[in-house]
Design a binder for this molecule. Structure first.
Ligand SMILES: Nc1ncnc2c1ncn2[C@@H]1O[C@H](COP(=O)(O)OP(=O)(O)OP(=O)(O)O)[C@@H](O)[C@H]1O
Length: 290
């Protein structure tokens, strides 16, 4: 087995270049971590902190140098995914990364192709790579993936609009896994789905994690996901890393006020036996003039 990490990120900065009237925006700055093969990284942080940007970059959805399309571009440091350095990667290298990294984008269920059946949606990445791939083999692969995400084969010939939101989410996950990726990047996999389906998706992620080769980056603000489906978590605030470690350690020893606030918000209410600090309001206030 190679000792190369699945992902190595070093002092990474990412920006969205200026476009028309919009100024450039630095979405990530000074992010470093290393993810070994077989590990799952959780990414959490407040809205706009750069979580989805990091997910996109690690999934190879990053602009090659001198590209003019909109999207995130590495402006400092480096991110290596499966040994591919992304900063100066050309389109061909990025295609290699996107082949080996399954990507479940935010609101993935909404990204299913409405005019395609479930089977064709799941198999879509196969045909995007090789339009001559045998249809029968692709169908069999789609069926296997549906089984992996615990959906009945009866949904193969249905269309996305005929499914529940949780079923659609699982179809999207099946699509992200269809090429047998070495790494899964999942952006908020349990957002916007109801509680029972959310539990099923968490069960699924924790089952996938039992496979010793399963390597993933999971963006989530869902503590159950972070506890059950990740080994280590990275906390971002305004694009900067402000916490890193197993989620319980991060919450138990918050080194940054944002993490402290998060830990308080996630903790059950404190017992009442704790001594309260003396309230400043008990002191007489100086009289205001006027
Ligand atoms: N396509 C884009 N063009 C320009 N700026 C962008 C683009 N996408 C995101 N940004 C900016 O980059 C920063 C990070 O956004 P990002 O979507 O990564 O945050 P996030 O933590 O995933 O937020 P949320 O939890 O709301 O999804 C924000 O300031 C955002 O406005």
């Amino acid at each position: 087995m190679s000792s190369e990490p699945a992902i190595a990120v070093s002092d990474l900065s990412v920006e969205y270049p200026a476009r028309g009237p919009s100024a450039s925006c630095v979405a990530l700055r000074g992010v470093s971590f290393r993810l070994e093969q077989g590990q799952v990284l959780g990414v959490l942080g407040e809205t706009g902190s750069g979580k989805s940007t990091l997910a996109q970059v690690l999934a190879g959805r990053v602009l090659p140098p001198r590209a003019s399309e909109p999207g995130p571009r590495i402006s400092g440091g480096e991110a290596s995914v499966l040994g591919h350095r992304l900063r100066k990667a050309k389109k061909r290298d990025l295609a290699e990364v996107t082949f080996h990294v399954g990507y479940l984008p935010q609101e993935a269920a909404a990204t299913l192709e409405p005019s395609l059946s479930v089977q064709d949606n799941v198999a879509l990445p196969i045909f995007e790579r090789d339009e001559h791939y045998p249809r029968r083999a692709a169908g069999e692969r789609a069926a296997t993936m549906l089984d992996t995400v615990h959906l009945p084969l009866s949904v193969l010939n249905k269309y996305p609009y005929e499914l529940s939101s949780g079923q659609r989410q699982r179809v999207a996950l099946a699509r992200a896994l269809v090429l047998g990726p070495s790494i899964l990047v999942a952006d908020e996999p349990t957002a916007g789905i109801d509680a029972t389906v959310r539990d099923a998706v968490i069960d699924l992620l924790s089952q996938l994690r039992e496979h010793k080769d399963f390597t993933a980056v999971v963006v989530s603000h869902d503590l159950a996901v972070l506890r059950r489906a990740t080994d280590v978590s990275l906390v971002l605030q305004a694009g900067r890393p402000v916490g890193y470690g197993p989620i319980e350690d991060v919450l138990a020893d918050p080194a940054h006020p944002f993490v402290a606030g998060l830990a308080r918000a996630l903790k059950p209410p404190q017992r009442r036996t704790e001594r309260r600090p003396q309230r400043a309001a008990a002191r007489p206030r100086p009289k205001e003039n006027g």
